[in-house]
Design a protein around this ligand. Structure first.
Ligand SMILES: Cc1ncc(COP(=O)(O)O)c(C=O)c1O
Length: 402
């Protein structure tokens, strides 16, 4: 059966408002099943985790279900799934813990393609440890961050390489397995920002070679928080700051305070929602298999819409599309000759089309593209966009330009 975008849209109460959402890279809307799962978690008895009473068992089951769902999504071990307030918070926490073992003269590699969430925590941690920060540059003319460009910054002193799985500004998907081989060859750890990638592509943390992988469920139809995946043995070798009476078990060691069970229940439901979007949704087979089929269906749908936008935008004149890498997500960054992208955003907003303008915290990338701090107009597609959304966007852009 082909991808039924109408049936997908019907599951999102927020889409009834009539807004055409191209702001998915900033955060997606929420399907009814996720909203229901959050409500159910809070409607049943819910206590601190334990095994004797229903409220304790419910909390325990929610945590177990969350870790298993995220493990299925990322090809990870459920025992290495860490809940966090956001990808930013997780990266700050891990940068502080990891840099505790760095010495003056050690090195860390960051990339100019990244969201600042995978740059600044490492830069600041390196400053405190007296470590050297080395910058890997992408090619602004192609948008590509090559493994060679990252490899050129890796030396025998490199302790960590931090790189994005996909750029939230221009969509570029660097060759992470190749970068992982270079990092590991030098004895360094690889920290991958998978926030934008996970919304569009199936992830296998082992195949990627990521020692640490962060993502944020609110970018793929879930609640607002972050998740980190790592091998339980690696997590077990790290000593984060924690309260004296809190457990030393992994992954709980990294999860400070009482967990927000309702968000975890919502994230499990978001993974199930995603898994239900593929042709094999009703087929027997595990959730991971269904997720693979779903990502393939979403990719075909998003690519079709992306290509139709690219074709028309290319004909409009005076529009530059900065998203050009061979492997990329359906996220387009546009700028306009002699016109301000923020004006386009405001004009489109008047007709209920949400395509935001800015550099979206990918400050280094925006500057490296020659766009300063203001970036451009970001058009992000996701599973619920349809041809009507695209027509409204293109008509709006054409009206604004003329
Ligand atoms: C690529 C990328 N990394 C990191 C982040 C930060 O994620 P969070 O809001 O979960 O901290 C974002 C948010 O937009 C992002 O797009």
């Amino acid at each position: 059966m082909s991808y039924d975008v109408g049936a997908v849209r019907a599951q999102f109460p927020a889409l009834r408002s009539g807004t055409a959402h191209f702001d998915g890279p900033g955060g997606t809307q929420t399907p009814a099943s996720v909203i229901a799962a959050i409500g159910e978690a809070m409607s049943g008895p819910l206590s601190n985790r334990g095994g004797a009473l229903p409220g304790e068992v419910n909390a325990e089951e929610i945590v177990r279900g969350f870790r298993q769902a995220m493990a299925d999504l990322l090809g990870a071990d459920p025992g290495g799934i860490v809940f966090g307030r956001s990808a930013t918070q997780l990266t700050y926490d891990f940068s502080r813990t990891l840099s505790g073992t760095w010495s003056p003269g050690d090195e860390v590699v960051v990339s100019r393609l990244d969201h600042d969430a995978n740059i600044r925590p490492w830069v600041q941690a390196a400053e405190r440890a007296g470590a050297v920060v080395r910058w890997a540059d992408f090619d602004p003319s192609t948008g590509e961050l090559s493994p060679e460009a990252v490899g050129a910054q890796i030396t025998g002193r490199t302790r960590l390489v931090a790189v994005t799985g996909a750029s939230n500004l221009i969509g570029t998907r660097p060759d992470i397995p190749a970068i992982a081989r270079l990092a590991h060859g030098a004895g360094a750890l690889l920290y991958v920002d998978g926030v934008h990638l996970t919304a569009h592509h199936p992830v296998d943390v082992e195949r990627l070679g990521a020692d640490f992988f962060v993502c944020s469920p609110y970018k793929f139809f879930g609640p607002h928080h972050g998740v980190l995946a790592a091998r339980p043995e690696l997590l077990g070798s790290l000593r984060p700051d924690k309260l004296a009476p809190s457990t030393d078990a992994v992954p709980e060691r990294f999860e400070l305070g009482t967990l927000p069970y309702e968000s975890m229940a919502g994230t499990r439901a978001a993974v199930d929602f995603l898994a239900g979007l593929g042709a094999g949704a009703d087929a027997a087979g595990g959730r991971r298999e269904r997720l693979r089929s779903a990502y393939a269906a979403i990719d075909t749908h998003e690519t079709e819409l992306r290509e139709s936008i690219e074709k028309t935008v290319g004909e409009l004149g005076g529009v530059t599309v900065h998203s050009r890498a061979a492997e990329r997500t359906p996220t387009l960054l546009l700028t306009f000759e002699g016109r301000d992208a923020a004006d386009a955003y405001r004009f489109l907003a008047r007709s209920g089309v949400h395509a935001p303008a800015g550099s979206f915290y990918a400050l280094e990338a925006s500057r490296h593209l020659g766009l300063g701090d203001s970036g451009g107009l970001r058009v992000g597609l996701c599973a619920y966009n349809d041809t009507d959304d695209v027509e409204r966007l293109l008509t709006g852009l054409s009206d604004w330009l003329s």
